[in-house]
Design a protein around this ligand. Structure first.
Ligand code: PXP
Length: 244
């Protein structure tokens, strides 16, 4: 939302999963995701995001413990809606949990969580997170049915899946869906986040949607860091998402 002093600050949470992907490619002890999280913070990240997948393909259990120990900014813990993950969240007590769908064969999170499919399970998970004092967010497609259902289930926030837009940024319908979704979410008193597939080239129009208060960006920033370093990669993303 715009304020008297100009557009509100848009938070940049950096997903450091793919630092772990590089490490796991060798089953080595470097690069260290917790060290990457600290470097992102030093470069100006507002928060750190990591996804502990059920298959442990990149981030490991020890990584989330280390990240929680090291960082000073909020930790956004991405996880599937399972008892195992809920128990981990209750032990860790991160600032925020984002519930995401997971399929073992997928390369990355391919679509939003279908919150209409097993609403009782999602409602129960949100209640457990609330009881543990953890802010909740649901990663969903910018679909009116998903947005309304997220509010009804008691989520604090939604994260709109920007993957379709990122794959076709010239297709105005994908951006319009995000704009409409963000407005609908705010109208339902949800905090609105967005993420997936965002780069310095495509982030501008998403960042300009003033209802969005937080972006979760991973692969592109880590990829750019290989060539220009973490600090510069964070700086160029910040510049690309500037609202004024
Ligand atoms: N948000 C969610 C819920 C995700 O699952 C991911 C990917 O792990 C991201 C944001 C970040 O996507 P990307 O790595 O493409 O920036």
């Amino acid at each position: 939302m715009a304020t008297a002093g100009g557009p509100a600050h848009l938070r940049l949470y950096i997903n450091i999963d793919h630092v772990a992907t590089i490490r796991q490619a060798r089953h080595a002890d470097e690069p260290d995701p917790a060290a990457a999280a600290a470097a992102c913070e030093a470069a100006g990240a507002d928060g750190i995001t990591a996804h502990l997948r059920e298959d442990r393909r990149h981030i490991q259990d020890a990584d989330v413990d280390a990240i929680m120990r090291v960082i000073r900014t909020p930790f956004n813990f991405e996880m599937a809606v399972t008892d195992e993950m809920l128990a981990i969240a209750e032990r860790l007590r991160p600032h925020q949990v984002t519930l995401v769908p997971e399929r073992r064969q997928e390369v990355t999170t391919e679509g939003g969580l279908d919150v209409t499919r097993d609403p009782a399970r999602v409602r129960a998970a949100l209640a457990r997170l609330a009881a543990a004092g953890i802010r909740s967010s649901l990663f969903i497609d910018a679909d009116p049915r998903m947005i309304d259902q997220s509010a009804e289930l008691g989520a604090v926030a939604i994260e709109l899946h920007t993957g379709r837009y990122a794959n076709a940024p010239a297709d105005r319908a994908t951006l319009a869906a995000l704009r409409d979704g963000a407005r609908r979410g705010r109208g339902a008193s949800l905090a609105v986040h967005a993420g997936h597939g965002l780069t310095v080239r495509n982030v501008g129009p998403v960042a300009a949607i003033t209802e969005i208060e937080e972006l979760n960006i991973g692969h592109h920033i880590i990829s750019r860091s290989v060539f220009i370093g973490v600090a510069e990669a964070v700086r160029e993303m910040r510049a690309a998402m500037k609202r004024d």
